[in-house]
Design a binder for this molecule. Structure first.
Ligand code: G3H
Length: 505
C-alpha cells in the first residue's frame, strides 16, 4: 500500500500484470491488445524489434490483420458510450492510478526505452516521469473544462427568446499514432486527453517503441480502463497504416511523425478532425548582442540531444558573418566538452545511436550531399554503424538539401546572412514552421523579430522545446495541424454541442 497525492492510499500494481504481454521466450514474442485480451495475431506475421544499441533482437511484435483491426475498432466504438457516461472524476482516478504506476515502474520503463530506442539514461528517465506528470495534469485539467451558456440577443436581430446550452462532448473513437522518439510520452499526450474527455482510443504505437507501448497499455488496463476503451494494434505503417487512417469508424486522428507521412494521412483521412505534430527543421537566429557562450550551449543541446531526433531540434543557425565566426568555435568547444557519444546504457554517455541502420544511412547521405554541394564539415561527420558523430556544417546555403529537408539526426548547419530580412525570408520560405529561437539581450527586438516569423512558437534565448506541456504547441505549414498543450489538446479532443432553447414569447 502506498500514498498518492490524488488518490490517497492505493495498491501497488499487481506484480504479475505484465505476464500476459508475451510468451517469455528469448527473445519474447509479444501479443497485441484487442481491447479485451492479449492475443497473437492470426496473420502469423511478426516484426522483429532490433535494439539500435547493440543490434540484438529484443522481441517480436504482432502484425495485425484487417479483420482484427475491424473487430478491435468495433469494440472501441461499442465501449465509448459507456466510458463517456462514467463520471469524469472516476475516469480521472483511473488516469491518476496509471500515472502512479508509471512512476512506480520508472526503472523498468526507463531501461526498456534505453534498449528499444537508444535514449540516454537521463533522457529516458525524464520521458517516463514527464509522462506520469502529464497524465496527472490532463486528469486534473479535464475536470475544469466546461461548456457555456449563450444568450441569443447578443447578436443583432435576435431577442431573448433563444439561448444555447453548449456542452463539451467526446468525439468518439480517436486513432492515436505515436512516434519512435517519445514512444511513451507522445503516446500519453494522446491517450490521456482522449480518455479523460470520454473518447475510446485505437492506439497504433511506433514499430520501434512498440514494446514500451505494450507495457503502457497494460498499465492503463489494470488501472481500470474498461474493456474496448483502449485497443493497441501493432504493425508497420506500411502494413496497417492506410487501413487504419481510412477506417469508417475512426472519428479523429492524432498523429506525431514526419511531415511526409502527416501529409499523406491528411490527404486520405477525409472529413474528420486532425491533430498533427510533424517535422520541425527549426532555426536559431543569433543577433550580434547575444551572450555567445550561453547561445553556443543552447545550440549544442538543441542540436544534439537524443541524437537530433526531436522535432524541436535546432537544425540551422543564422547570423551575420562576424557572429557566426565567433559562434562556431564556441559550439565546437561545447560539443567536445559536453557530448559523450556511446552505449546509452552507460550513464556517463549522453548521446546514443540513431534509431536504425536505415536512418543512419539517410543522415550520412545528407552530410555527404551537403559536402558535395559546398558545405564544410567543421566537426564530426563520421559514422560507425548507427552511431553518427555530432556534426557541425558551415558555409551552408538555403538551397542545399540539408536545409530544405529535415535531417532527423545530429547535424546542425551554419548560414551567414547580410541582413536580418534575409534571415526572416529564409525562415519563412521553409516548408516547415514548428519553432524558431532568437538569441539577443534585447528582448524587445526579439519580440518584434519573432512577430515576423511564420512558425508556431518563438523561443527567446532558449533552444526550441515542447514543454512546459501546458503551453500551446503547434506547427504551421508542413509542421502540423491543430494545437496541443494540456487545455488545447482537451479542447481538440472534444467538441461543443449546443442545445438551443427557444423560449415562448
Ligand atoms: O519530437 C517531438 C517532440 O514533441 C519534442 O519534444 O521538445 O520535449 O523534446 P521536446
Amino acid at each position: 500500500m502506498r500514498h498518492n497525492q490524488h488518490l490517497g492510499t492505493i495498491e501497488t500494481m499487481p506484480k504479475d500484470s505484465f505476464e500476459v504481454l508475451s510468451d517469455h521466450k528469448s527473445p519474447p514474442t509479444y501479443n497485441f491488445f484487442d481491447g479485451e485480451k492479449w492475443v497473437p495475431s492470426h496473420s502469423g506475421k511478426t516484426i522483429d524489434i532490433v535494439s539500435p544499441v547493440d543490434d540484438d533482437v529484443i522481441g517480436t511484435v504482432q502484425s495485425v490483420t484487417q479483420s482484427e483491426i475491424d473487430s478491435s475498432i468495433y469494440r472501441a466504438k461499442q465501449a465509448q458510450k459507456k466510458w463517456s457516461s462514467l463520471p469524469i472524476t472516476k475516469r480521472g482516478q483511473i488516469l491518476h492510478l496509471a500515472a502512479d504506476w508509471i512512476r512506480h515502474h520508472e526503472q523498468m520503463l526507463t531501461a526498456q526505452l534505453i534498449t528499444e530506442i537508444g535514449k540516454s539514461v537521463s533522457e529516458a528517465k525524464d520521458e517516463i516521469l514527464r509522462s506520469a506528470d502529464m497524465i496527472d495534469y490532463f486528469a486534473n485539467a479535464g475536470l475544469s473544462l466546461r461548456g457555456e451558456e449563450l444568450e441569443g440577443d447578443a447578436f443583432p436581430g435576435y431577442d431573448q427568446s433563444k439561448m444555447a446550452i453548449v456542452e463539451r462532448c467526446p468525439i468518439g473513437v480517436v486513432l492515436a499514432i505515436s512516434p519512435f522518439n517519445y514512444p511513451v510520452n507522445l503516446s500519453v499526450s494522446k491517450l490521456a486527453p482522449a480518455l479523460i474527455m470520454g473518447n475510446s482510443v485505437v492506439f497504433k504505437p511506433p514499430t520501434q517503441g512498440s514494446i514500451s507501448c505494450l507495457y503502457l497499455t497494460e498499465i492503463f488496463r489494470v488501472a481500470g480502463v474498461p474493456d474496448g476503451t483502449l485497443v493497441t494494434l501493432t504493425g508497420t505503417g506500411n502494413d496497417i497504416g492506410n487501413y487504419l487512417v481510412t477506417h469508417k469508424d475512426i472519428n479523429m486522428i492524432t498523429y506525431t511523425g514526419s511531415s511526409q507521412v502527416g501529409k499523406s494521412i491528411a490527404t486520405k483521412a477525409g472529413m474528420i478532425p486532425l491533430l498533427f505534430e510533424c517535422g520541425g527543421n527549426n532555426p536559431a537566429l543569433v543577433l550580434p548582442d547575444a551572450d555567445m557562450v550561453f547561445t553556443a550551449g543552447e545550440i549544442v543541446k538543441g542540436a544534439f540531444s537524443y541524437s537530433g531526433q526531436r522535432c524541436t531540434a535546432i537544425k540551422y543557425v543564422l547570423g551575420f558573418p562576424p557572429t557566426i565566426d565567433q559562434l562556431i568555435p564556441l559550439v565546437v568547444e561545447k560539443t567536445k566538452s559536453s557530448i559523450k557519444m556511446g552505449d546509452p546504457r552507460i550513464e556517463t554517455n549522453n548521446m546514443g545511436p540513431v534509431i536504425s541502420e536505415h536512418a543512419a544511412d539517410e543522415i550520412e547521405k545528407r552530410i555527404l550531399v551537403a559536402k558535395a554541394e559546398g558545405a564544410t564539415i567543421v566537426f564530426g561527420g563520421k559514422r560507425d554503424g548507427r552511431y553518427i558523430e555530432p556534426t557541425i556544417l558551415d558555409n551552408v546555403n538555403p538551397h542545399m538539401e540539408v536545409m530544405r529537408i529535415e535531417t532527423f539526426g545530429p547535424v546542425v548547419s551554419f548560414l551567414r546572412v547580410q541582413a536580418i530580412d534575409e534571415a526572416v525570408k529564409i525562415i519563412n520560405d521553409s516548408d516547415y514552421g514548428l519553432q524558431a529561437c532568437i538569441f539577443t539581450k534585447d528582448e524587445g527586438a526579439g519580440i518584434v523579430l519573432g512577430k515576423q516569423l511564420d512558425v508556431g512558437t518563438i523561443q527567446l534565448n532558449n533552444k526550441p522545446q515542447r514543454g512546459p506541456d501546458h503551453f500551446p504547441f503547434l506547427g504551421v505549414k508542413g509542421s502540423g495541424v491543430g494545437v496541443q498543450g494540456i487545455s488545447y489538446t482537451l479542447e481538440a479532443m472534444s467538441r461543443p454541442k449546443s442545445i438551443v432553447l427557444n423560449k415562448p414569447q
